[in-house]
Design a protein around this ligand. Structure first.
Ligand SMILES: [Zn+2]
Ligand SMILES: [Zn+2]
Length: 311
């Protein structure tokens, strides 16, 4: 097993980083360097990735490989799992260390910054999407970094995509339509037709009953966030009809490999807003306030000046 020393080229800013900052993830180590959407260049090589290779470092940084979950292919649920930017220092940095068994190759077609959001927003979004099964009509609640990638995948696979945003977020709705959604509206507006599955990316518990009401019998409501405000009570009738509510926790290496293959085959457009690493707090504040569409990505000064031929 090799540990890679990786020079960070770009690191995505995820909503999970806000939950970490707010102390909402008690299982994490505090203090820790956040950042789990890392695109970097291998400096000291392992056996799987040679020096100079471009790698992606996602949220799952280590799993025990021995417990019941790991042995059954559910290492995302490993009790001893260690997560990047949570237990292991992450990518809000110039260099990181990573267990190469948990690193992913990055498809050639993406630039460093453009690839960063694939590593969590794309990956976790894709795990949520897999849980939606054969759903023909898909609702996405909260149209940020994850949804803007997933909408393109779902559209390319022939699904009907409805996007739900905060009330009167016309900019977000316009963005959703640009990313391939067939319809976009406020989250409390009923969709044009009932959903086969709903995926919730917004950390708002009240959206669970809202989404259930818009989901047909036998449909699923999938909660993709690591943290959510409390779910208010609702009439059993809204769940009746074999509707299901499930959560998605973390990712497996198999999810990562599968999604990177999808991303290699499809020209996914990730909308990224670059911030110098030292302006990480500004990026986090902008994410919290919803001041941009798409995803924020931090660029270390060393990576930036190297790219411009200054060092
Ligand atoms: Zn395990
Ligand atoms: Zn994330």
């Amino acid at each position: 097993m090799g540990t890679l020393l990786v020079k960070v080229l770009a690191c995505g800013v995820c909503r999970t980083d806000l939950h970490l900052l707010d102390g909402e993830l008690p299982a994490c180590r505090y203090p820790v360097t956040p950042g789990h959407e890392i695109v970097g260049r291998v400096v000291a090589s392992g056996s799987r990735f040679p020096g100079g290779a471009r790698v992606g470092i996602p949220w799952l940084g280590w799993a025990c490989g021995e417990c019941e979950y790991c042995r059954r292919g559910r290492e995302n649920l490993c009790d001893r799992a260690r997560f990047t930017g949570c237990h292991i220092d992450g990518g809000y940095a110039d260099y990181v260390l990573a267990d190469e068994r948990f690193c992913l190759p990055i498809p050639e077609r993406y630039g460093d910054a453009e690839a960063a959001p694939l590593l969590c927003a794309g990956l976790i979004g894709y795990r949520c999407y897999a849980l939606a099964g054969e759903a023909r009509v898909l609702g996405l609640y909260g149209f940020g970094a994850a949804a803007h990638i997933l909408a393109q995948v779902a559209r390319a696979e022939g699904r009907t995509v409805f996007a739900f945003t905060r009330k009167n977020d016309f900019q977000g709705q316009k963005f959703a339509l640009e990313c391939g959604a067939h319809w976009a509206g406020d989250s409390d507006t009923p969709p044009p037709e009932p959903l086969d599955a709903a995926i919730l990316f917004a950390p708002v518990g009240a959206l669970v009953p809202t989404a259930l009401k818009s989901t047909r019998k036998g449909g699923r409501v999938i909660c993709g966030g690591i943290h959510m405000s409390d779910i208010p009570s609702f009439p059993y009738a809204w769940l009746w009809g074999e509707r299901e509510i499930v959560s998605v926790a973390n990712l497996t290496r198999a999810d990562g490999e599968r999604f990177m293959q999808v991303a290699a085959g499809l020209p996914l457009r990730t909308e990224v807003h670059r911030y110098p690493l030292e302006r990480a707090n500004e990026a986090l504040a902008d994410l919290r306030a919803g001041r941009f569409t798409g995803a924020a990505v931090l660029i270390p000064a060393s990576a930036d000046s190297q790219k411009r031929g200054l060092i």
